[in-house]
Design a protein around this ligand. Structure first.
Ligand code: FES
Length: 125
């Protein structure tokens, strides 16, 4: 396989997978080239990620990296979570083949979208 053991473990047994009822923020992203789509749901309390779930309709790398990123940011503050980069995710799953890098980029950008959306909505109230 072209994937690391860590990535395959997350692909076969995704953590925090599924829809969340009444999330405080949702990030959505997709890749028009492959057609893959993902959602990250956040439950936020006092600017900390209390709970996180994801749904990814896509390739093994997309599912594995989204699963990994949920594990990485659960319990973190929003300030800490927004610092998690696509490179961090890629390293955390033990690397990805170059053709699969966009898949891990997707998970980080969808997380950032969810956080930014939460912050801009909060700024309005
Ligand atoms: Fe599209 Fe992986 S091939 S996200």
């Amino acid at each position: 396989t072209m994937y690391s053991k860590e990535l395959m473990q997350h692909f076969r047994k995704p953590r925090n997978q599924g829809r969340m009822e009444n999330p405080d923020a949702v990030g959505k992203g997709g890749n028009p080239v492959c057609g893959d789509v993902m959602y990250i749901y956040l439950k936020i309390e006092d600017d900390r990620i209390e709970d996180v779930k994801f749904e990814t309709f896509g390739c093994a790398a997309a599912i594995g990296t989204t699963s990994k990123i949920t594990e990485m940011v659960k319990g973190k503050t929003l300030d800490e979570a927004i610092e998690v980069t696509k490179k961090d995710v890629e390293e955390a799953v033990g690397g990805l083949p170059p053709v699969k890098r966009h898949c891990s980029n997707l998970s980080a950008s969808v997380l950032h979208k969810a956080i930014n959306k939460y912050r801009s909505e909060k700024a309005k109230t």
